[in-house]
Write a protein that binds this ligand. Structure first.
Ligand code: THG
Length: 368
């Protein structure tokens, strides 16, 4: 049986003990941090998210804090997303690429002040990437990991729960906006309306790590009236909704146009950014691959590595992630496919751990 060693190499979230006490059994490692993904009831956790409300310890979404006179120019240089209308109090999802246009990370950027940003990073080494680019290009910035990560409250009852726990004011926070506040007995937090699901809800960044248990307990106590469940970033709902899992859905040469993030890249803006020339060339030449949905034959969705996909005997790409969808009652997946075989309705064969399966290409998202 696989066991994880709990030691100093991998960081603990400030909620680590609370997650364990709440029954977390399944952990991943993300940004060198234990990330609780499951509590032993994946289908129940899915329905809690889709029909009720659920609490996730996503402190593994570590922040890269950028400060200083060049902060705004530097953050813009890291991403092809146009940040010219970015205001304090706002968050923006922002794919970041290398100089070849390959996707490096896809953080949410939080604008705390005109000279202070957080990049809420996906798994990967964005801290060192940012430091290397700043050093090489001579940007006058500070770049640190402030040791704060979000707790996510997600699901259709998230507003009611957050209002009960923090106050009615949270209802007025708009999508991808945030408020800084003190909650409970003065716990300093930032509450943003964001999260890695399409079920609605908030992310709460704790500004004083010593008060993590207090914050967790405040939410859990308020949750008793709302059937609050525990969970983690949900591998079923995110496939249904087509939220990118960076490093899973894309391989290390994929560009944003191949994985449906092209809409976040502005090649018309004045500002320069890492990968701009390469991305312009990719657009001019057309992409080679495309991330598509697939319907898979059978119930099996236990994918431990990408499943190779074939058209006849020709390799055409791979299924990157799969799940049994309770709402569709079908097995669904995300596949990165050569464009010649990415058309809706294309029939493919997929080599799963349990043997070959038929697959049919379909559009995304599975559930709008
Ligand atoms: N929360 C925080 N940090 C994160 C994630 C998160 N860092 C890593 C990872 N998740 C980033 N991935 C995504 C992917 C999609 C979205 C958020 C994070 C998302 N997108 C909106 C949508 O698809 O509707 C669009 C947002 C926009 O228009 O700017 O929500 O979950 N803190």
């Amino acid at each position: 049986m696989l066991q994880l060693v709990v030691g100093p190499r991998i960081r603990k979230s400030p909620y680590f003990d609370r997650s364990l006490a709440a029954g977390a059994t399944h952990f991943s490692i993300y940004n060198q941090t234990y990330l609780p993904l499951g509590y032993g009831d994946p289908i129940g956790e899915y329905w809690n998210l889709v029909e009720r409300v659920t609490l996730w310890d996503v402190a593994a979404e570590r922040q890269v804090e950028i400060t200083g006179p060049d902060a705004s120019a530097f953050v813009q240089y890291l991403t092809g997303r146009n940040l010219s209308k970015f205001v304090v109090g706002q968050c923006k999802y922002a794919p970041m690429c290398d100089y070849e246009g390959r996707l490096v990370n896809d953080p949410i950027i939080t604008k705390l002040a005109d000279d202070r940003y957080w990049l809420s990073r996906a798994d990967g080494d964005l801290l060192r990437w940012a430091r290397a680019i700043a050093g090489a290009r001579g940007f006058d910035i500070g770049c640190v990991d402030p040791d704060t990560g979000p707790l996510a409250i997600q699901g259709p009852q998230a507003d009611d729960l957050a209002a009960a726990a923090f106050g009615e004011w949270v209802r007025d926070i708009r999508f991808f906006r945030f408020e800084e506040a003190r909650v409970g007995a003065g716990i300093p937090v930032i509450v943003a309306r964001s999260g890695w699901s399409k079920q609605g809800g908030f992310e709460v960044y704790l500004l004083d790590r010593t008060r993590a248990h207090e914050l967790w307990d405040l939410i859990v106590e308020s949750g008793a009236a709302f059937d609050l469940g525990f969970g983690g970033p949900n591998p079923i709902e995110r496939i249904e909704s087509n939220l990118l899992s960076c490093g899973v859905d894309n391989d290390d040469r994929a560009n944003p146009f191949e994985v449906r993030l092209g809409g976040y890249i502005d090649l018309e803006m004045d500002a320069d950014f890492v990968g701009r020339d390469a991305l312009a060339e990719i657009v001019a030449g057309g992409v080679e691959r495309e991330l598509m949905g697939v319907f898979l034959e059978g119930d099996d969705a236990d994918l431990t590595a990408p499943w190779p996909a074939f058209a006849g005997t020709e390799p055409v790409g791979s299924v990157r992630a799969a799940a049994r969808s309770p709402r569709l009652d079908r097995t669904i997946g995300l596949a990165l496919l050569g464009v010649a075989h990415a058309g809706v309705g294309t029939e493919l064969r997929v080599e799963t751990e349990a043997g070959p399966r038929a697959a049919t290409v379909t559009d995304l998202p599975f559930i709008p």
